[in-house]
Design a protein around this ligand. Structure first.
Ligand code: SF4
Ligand code: SF4
Length: 384
C-alpha cells in the first residue's frame, strides 16, 4: 500500500492552454511553464498526463514544460496505457516504450490502465494488460500501478476481485452532480474501492467545468452562503472530503485557477453538513439546467468518420438551454464550428463515439436534438 498525504492535489494535463483552439498540439508553452512552475512553488508535485490527450501530443508537452526544466525527483509523473488503442501484447510494449520517450523519463511514478470499462475489459483480459503493467512495475519502470475507471460499480467490483492485488490505486470520477447519477454512480464506485482498501484519485471533480460555469440561480445560492469562495473550491472540497480519497486532479489553464485551486488544498477544510445542504440544492438546479451531461473529454471525436465536433455542440446545446430570450450567440458559434467540422446532422449512426464515451451518453440521440435546435430553420448559411 502506498503512503500518501491526504488531499494531495494533482495537475491534470488533459486541457492545457493552446494558441489555436482548433489545433490540440499548439501548446502555449510560456504560459504552461508559468502555470506548472507556480503549482510546484506552491508545494504540489503530481502531473497527470496520458498517451491520448491533446491528440496524442500531451506527453511531449509535459516533457518540454516539466521534465526538461525540473529535476526528476522534484515532481511525480503519471501517464496511462490507452486500452482502446493497443492491438495486442507487442503493441502494449511499443506504446509503453514510446511513452517513456515522449515524456523523456526512465520510469513513471504512476501508470494507469486508461479508461477501463466494459468495452475494453475483455481485451485487457485476453492480452493480459494487468500482467503487462505489473511486469513493468517489477522492472522498476512504474512505481505505482492503477487504473482510471468509467463504468458501473458491479464491474469495478469484479475487476478489483480479479486483479485488485496488482493495483495500488484507482482513479474515479467523483463530483457532487455525479454522486448519485445512474450513468456514473460516483458514490457506489467509491464504496467498492473502499471495500478493497484502494486509495482513490479523483478525476472530473468539476465535471469538465460544469461545476464552475453554474446556472445563475446556483451561483446566487453559493455566493449568498460564502461570498469569497470560488465555485471550483466547493467542488474540490466535496470530492476531497470523501472517505478513501487521497488525491484530486484538476486541469488548469489560467493562473487564476492555479492560485485559487492550490489555495483550496494548502488550507484544506473538509466540507460541512451545512455546506452539503447548499450543494444538494445546487445539484438540483444543475440537473434541471443541463440536458446533456458531457464532460468535454473529447474521447468520442478521434474516430468519428464525419469529424463532428461533439463536445462543442453539446456545450452549446447546454448553454442555449440555460438562455432566456428568443435568440443567442450559441447559434453563431454553432454555425462557425460547423464550417470546419461535420454538422450534427452529418452523423451516420456508426456509434463509434458511443463506445468511446466514458459517460455512456447516447450521443447519436443527442446529436439529433442538437441538429433540431441549431440546424432547423436557421437563418445562417450552413456548410453544404
Ligand atoms: S455515430 Fe455519428 S457522431 Fe458518432 S462516430 Fe459515428 S458519425 Fe461520428
Ligand atoms: S460525449 Fe462523452 S466522450 Fe464525448 S466529450 Fe462528452 S463525455 Fe467525452
Amino acid at each position: 500500500m502506498m503512503e500518501m498525504e491526504k488531499y494531495q492535489f494533482g495537475y491534470g494535463c488533459m486541457r492545457l492552454p493552446l494558441l489555436n483552439a482548433d489545433d490540440p498540439a499548439s501548446f502555449d508553452y510560456p504560459l504552461i511553464e508559468k502555470l506548472f512552475d507556480t503549482y510546484m512553488e506552491r508545494g504540489f508535485t503530481y502531473f497527470d498526463a496520458a498517451y491520448t490527450y491533446h491528440g496524442y501530443h500531451c506527453e511531449e508537452a509535459v516533457k518540454k514544460a516539466l521534465v526538461e526544466r525540473h529535476p526528476r525527483d522534484s515532481f511525480e509523473l503519471a501517464t496511462k496505457l490507452p486500452l482502446r488503442d493497443f492491438k495486442d501484447a507487442e503493441d502494449m510494449e511499443r506504446i509503453f516504450n514510446e511513452q517513456l520517450k515522449h515524456c523523456g523519463v526512465e520510469y513513471f511514478d504512476y501508470y494507469l490502465l486508461h479508461n477501463m470499462g466494459t468495452n475494453v475489459y475483455e481485451k485487457c483480459r485476453k492480452y493480459d494488460a494487468f500482467g503487462f503493467a505489473a511486469k513493468k512495475k517489477a522492472e522498476g519502470k512504474i512505481r505505482y500501478l492503477g487504473m482510471s475507471f468509467h463504468d458501473m460499480p458491479e464491474l469495478l467490483d469484479e475487476i478489483l476481485e480479479n486483479y485488485g492485488e496488482m493495483l495500488d490505486f484507482v482513479q474515479l470520477q467523483i463530483n457532487y452532480v455525479d454522486w448519485e447519477q445512474p450513468n456514473v454512480q460516483s458514490r457506489r464506485c467509491l464504496e467498492v474501492a473502499n471495500k478493497y482498501h484502494k486509495p482513490v484519485f479523483v478525476m472530473e471533480p468539476c465535471k469538465g467545468g460544469t461545476l464552475v460555469n453554474l446556472p445563475e440561480e446556483a451561483k446566487k445560492l453559493m455566493r449568498e452562503y460564502a461570498p469569497e469562495t470560488s465555485f471550483a473550491s466547493w467542488a474540490f472540497r466535496f470530492a476531497a472530503s470523501q472517505e478513501g480519497v487521497v488525491r484530486v486532479l484538476s486541469g488548469m489553464n489560467t493562473m487564476e485557477q492555479v492560485m485559487d485551486n492550490t489555495a483550496t488544498f494548502r488550507d484544506f477544510r473538509p466540507i460541512t453538513e451545512e455546506e452539503m445542504a447548499v450543494i444538494r440544492q445546487v445539484t438540483e438546479i444543475i440537473e434541471k439546467n443541463t440536458p446533456i451531461p458531457c464532460t468535454a473529454c473529447s474521447y468520442c471525436t478521434h474516430g468519428c468518420p464525419k469529424g463532428i465536433a461533439i463536445p462543442e455542440y453539446f456545450a452549446l446545446y447546454n448553454s442555449i438551454s440555460r438562455t432566456t430570450g428568443s435568440f443567442s450567440s450559441q447559434a453563431v458559434y454553432y454555425n462557425n464550428i460547423s464550417l470546419k467540422h461535420g454538422k450534427a446532422s452529418d452523423c451516420i449512426g456508426c456509434r463509434q463515439c458511443e463506445r468511446a464515451c466514458p459517460q455512456h451518453l447516447p450521443i447519436t440521440d443527442y446529436l439529433k436534438d442538437v441538429a433540431a435546435k441549431f440546424e432547423a430553420g436557421s437563418s445562417f448559411p450552413t456548410r453544404k
